[in-house]
Ligand binder design. Structure first.
Ligand code: C2E
Ligand code: CA
Ligand code: CA
Length: 644
C-alpha cells in the first residue's frame, strides 16, 4: 500500500471515529436530557394536578366527582389515570391511547416510569392525592416515528459530515504527504550535500574514504588488488588567478566529467578539494593501473574550451596499491599523496608509490619542523655575494643569501629549505630575518662610505603576502636606508605565475622606490610583453646559461640575446654564475653590465664580505683577500684580474 493510501485511510479513520464518538455522545446526552426533562415536567404536572384534584373534590370525593373532574381534560388530550384500590378512572386520551399493558405497568409502579409498546413510548409520573386514597398518574406518549424523523434529519447532516470528513481526509493526505515528501527530499538533499562536492557533484573525501574501505574488503574477498590514484592539476591556480574563478569552476567541472567518464561504473572518482581528485580502481593489475593513469592524464591534458578560449592543464598522478603498498586506508591515502607530490615535483605524469619517495617526504617533514626552530636557535645567517660592474670593476652591491646550519645535518642548501618554507608558511619569518640582518649590515657599509646596494631574494609566496610592502618599508626605515639601495630579486617563474596580481604588487614596490630585478631569467619562458610591462631595473640571466657559455654555443647565444633584449628595453643585465675569466670576457664582449659568481667570490659572511670589500674597493681594488679566510681564498678571485 502506498504512503498516500495509508495516510488517507488513517486520516479517514481518525475523523470518522472522532465524529461517531462525539456524535454518539451528543445524541446520547440529547436523548438523556430530553427524557429527564420530560420526566421533570411530568412530575411537576402530576404534583400540581393532584393538588388541583384535592382542592376541587375535597377529602371525601364521590366517584362522580372524580369522573366530572376528569372530563375537564378531555379537550386537553392529556392522558390521566386516577386509581383508588382496584378502581380506575381514565381521561379520554388515556382511555383511547393507553394500551392495557402500559396501564398495568403504571398500576404496579409507585412513582414514575417509562415503557414502550410497538412503536410508541410512554413516560409517566404518579402522585398521591393528599388526604384521599387516590393516586393520580400523568402519562406522556412519544411516537417513535418522531425519533425516526429526528434521525432522518440527522441523516443529511451525517452524510454532509461524512463528505466533509472524506474531503478533509483527501486534502489532509495531500498536505501531509507533500510535507513528508518535502522533508524526505530535503533530508536526501542534505545527505547528498554532506557526501558530495557542490561544484562538481562528485563524492567528497569522506565518501572516498568510505568507498575505499569497501573496495579493500572486496579486494580481500576476491584476492585481487586495488589502486588508489591521487590527481593534482598543474597550472590550475594560474588559470584561476588570471582568468577568474568562473573559469576555474568550469574547468574543474569539465575535468570531473572527463575523469568520471574515463573509469568503470564500479570505480569511484572523488574530489578531495581544490584541484585535487582521487580515483579508486578495484580489481586492477599493476599494468592496468598505470595504463589507467596514462589514460586519465591524457584526458586531462586535452584542450578545454571555455567561452571560446582553449585552456590547457595537466595532471600529476600518484598511484598506491592495496595490499602491495599499504594494508590500511589511511596509509594508502598517504602513499598516494606522497607519490602524487613526487610526480608533481619531477614534472612526470604519474608515479607509482615507492618507499624511497616516502623517505623524502619524511625528511621533508622533519626538516620543515626543524626550520621552524632554526631562527630561535640561531642556526640561520645571511651570506653576501658581491655584484660587480663589468665596465668599471667597481663592487656595486651584494646579494643577500640565506644560510641554514642544521644542528646535525650541517649546511642545508636554500634550494632545499626555501621550498619547504614556502609550503609550511615560514617564508615571512625567513624574509623578515634576512631583512633584519641585511639592512643593518648595509647601513654599516653605507656609513663607511661604500656606495652600494643590497639585493634581497623574494619568493613567489612573499609576493602574495599583503604585509610585504610594510615589512620592507619598516626594515629600510629602521636602518635609515633609502629604498633605492635595495634590489628585490624576483624569479621569472614567480612573476609568470600570476601576471596581473604580481604586476600590481611590483608596481607598488616600485612606487615606494625599491629596485626590482628579474632573477633566473631564461628559465621561465616569460613573454616579452610581461618584461615590458613590469617595472624592472634589472634582468639577471640564469646561472645555468652563463656557467655553460664556454662549452655550449646555444647558451652563449641565449645570454647574448638576453643582454640585447634587456638593453633594448632599457634594463641593466646581470650575469650570475660567472665562474671563470673566460666567461667574464665573453660577457664583456656582449656588453653585459654586471657580473656575479664564484670567479669573484662565493657568498660569504658579512665580516668576510667587509674585509673583501676593503681589499677590493677603491684604490685597493687589486688587493687580495685576507689569507686567514680559507673559503674565500679558494674561490674568490682578485678584482685586479677583472681590470686587466
Ligand atoms: P639565486 O637567487 O639564483 O642565487 C644565486 C645562487 O647561485 C646562490 O645559491 C649562489 O650561491 C649560487 N652561485 C653564485 N655564483 C655562482 C657560481 O659562480 N657558480 C655556481 N655554480 N653557483 C653560483 P644559493 O645561495 O644556494 O641559493 C640558491 C637559491 O636559493 C637562490 O638562487 C635563491 O633563489 C634562493 N635563496 C637564497 N636565499 C634566499 C632568501 O633569503 N630568500 C629567498 N626567497 N630565496 C633565497
Ligand atoms: Ca637571486
Ligand atoms: Ca638567480
Amino acid at each position: 500500500m502506498s504512503l498516500r493510501i495509508k495516510l488517507f485511510l488513517g486520516i479517514l479513520l481518525f475523523f470518522a471515529s472522532t465524529l461517531s464518538f462525539f456524535g454518539y455522545m451528543a445524541y446520547d446526552s440529547a436523548v438523556q436530557s430530553g427524557t429527564a426533562r420530560e420526566l421533570a415536567l411530568l412530575q411537576d404536572l402530576s404534583g400540581s394536578l393532584s393538588r388541583d384534584l384535592h382542592t376541587d373534590i375535597g377529602d371525601h370525593p364521590s366517584e362522580a366527582d372524580i369522573e366530572r373532574w376528569l372530563t375537564e381534560f378531555n379537550s386537553l388530550h392529556l392522558a390521566i389515570l386516577i386509581t383508588s384500590g382496584n378502581r380506575q378512572w381514565l381521561s379520554d386520551a388515556a382511555r383511547n391511547e393507553l394500551p392495557s399493558v402500559i396501564r398495568q405497568q403504571i398500576l404496579t409502579s409507585t412513582k414514575s416510569g417509562s415503557a414502550s409498546v410497538e412503536q410508541l413510548s410512554f413516560v409517566w409520573d404518579t402522585s398521591p392525592v393528599a388526604g384521599t386514597p387516590y393516586t393520580l398518574s400523568v402519562i406522556h406518549r412519544t411516537n417513535t416515528h418522531e425519533v425516526r424523523t429526528f434521525f432522518k434529519r440527522l441523516e443529511l447532516q451525517l452524510i454532509l459530515s461524512a463528505l466533509i470528513v472524506v474531503w478533509v481526509a483527501i486534502w489532509g493526505t495531500q498536505l501531509i504527504a507533500s510535507l513528508l515528501e518535502k522533508l524526505n527530499s530535503q533530508k536526501d538533499k542534505l545527505q547528498h550535500q554532506a557526501m558530495h562536492d557542490a561544484l562538481t557533484n562528485l563524492p567528497n573525501r569522506a565518501v572516498m574514504l568510505d568507498r575505499l574501505q569497501v573496495a579493500m574488503h572486496d579486494a580481500d574477498r576476491s584476492k585481487s588488488e586495488l589502486a588508489l590514484l591521487f590527481i593534482d592539476l598543474n597550472r590550475f591556480k594560474e588559470i584561476n588567478d588570471t582568468l577568474g574563478h568562473h573559469y576555474g569552476d568550469l574547468l574543474l567541472i569539465e575535468i570531473s566529467r572527463r575523469l568520471a567518464s574515463g573509469i568503470r561504473k564500479t570505480d569511484t572518482v572523488a574530489r578531495l578539494g581544490g584541484d585535487e581528485f582521487a580515483v579508486i580502481l578495484g580489481h586492477i593489475s599493476d599494468e592496468d593501473a598505470t595504463a589507467m593513469a596514462a589514460k586519465l592524464t591524457n584526458m586531462i591534458g586535452q584542450a578545454i574550451e571555455i567561452n571560446g578560449n582553449k585552456l590547457f592543464v595537466s595532471g600529476s598522478i600518484g598511484i598506491a596499491r592495496y595490499p602491495t603498498h599499504a594494508q590500511d586506508a589511511n596509509t594508502l591515502v598517504q602513499y598516494a599523496d606522497v607519490a602524487m607530490y613526487a610526480a608533481k615535483r619531477s614534472g612526470i605524469d604519474f608515479i607509482i608509490y615507492d618507499a624511497k619517495l616516502d623517505e623524502y617526504s619524511r625528511e621533508k617533514l622533519i626538516l620543515s619542523n626543524d626550520l621552524r626552530d632554526a631562527i630561535k636557535l640561531g642556526q640561520l645567517s645571511v651570506y653576501y655575494q658581491p655584484k660587480i660592474d663589468i665596465k668599471t670593476g667597481a663592487v656595486i652591491g651584494g646579494e643577500a643569501l640565506l644560510r641554514w646550519k642544521h644542528a646535525t645535518l650541517g649546511f642545508i642548501s636554500p634550494d632545499r629549505f626555501i621550498p619547504l618554507a614556502e609550503q609550511s608558511g615560514l617564508i615571512r619569518p625567513l624574509t623578515e630575518f634576512v631583512l633584519e640582518t641585511a639592512m643593518p649590515d648595509l647601513q654599516k657599509l653605507l656609513r663607511e662610505g661604500h656606495d652600494m646596494s643590497f639585493a634581497i631574494n623574494l619568493s613567489a609566496v612573499s609576493l602574495q603576502d599583503p604585509e610585504l610592502a610594510n615589512m620592507l618599508l619598516n626594515a629600510v626605515k629602521k636602518s635609515h636606508i633609502p629604498p633605492s639601495r635595495v634590489v628585490l630579486e624576483i624569479t621569472e617563474t614567480a612573476v609568470m605565475d600570476k601576471s596581473i596580481q604580481t604586476r600590481e604588487v611590483l608596481q607598488a614596490l616600485d612606487g615606494l622606490g625599491f629596485h626590482i630585478s628579474m632573477d633566473d631569467f631564461g628559465t621561465g619562458h616569460s613573454s616579452l610583453v610581461n618584461l615590458r610591462l613590469l617595472p624592472l631595473q634589472e634582468i639577471k640571466v640564469d646561472r645555468s646559461f652563463v656557467m655553460n657559455m664556454q662549452r655550449n654555443e646555444d647558451d652563449a647565444t641565449i645570454v647574448r640575446t638576453i643582454v640585447n633584449l634587456g638593453h633594448s628595453l632599457g634594463k641593466k643585465v646581470v650575469a650570475e654564475g660567472v665562474e671563470s675569466e673566460a666567461i667574464l670576457q665573453t660577457l664583456t664582449s656582449f656588453g653585459c653590465d654586471i657580473a656575479q659568481g664564484y670567479y669573484f667570490s662565493k657568498p660569504i659572511p658579512f665580516d668576510t664580505f667587509k674585509l673583501w670589500l676593503d681589499a677590493n674597493s677603491g684604490a685597493q681594488k687589486t688587493a687580495r683577500l685576507p689569507s686567514a679566510e680559507p673559503v674565500i681564498q679558494e674561490t674568490s678571485v682578485l678584482l685586479s684580474q677583472l681590470a686587466k
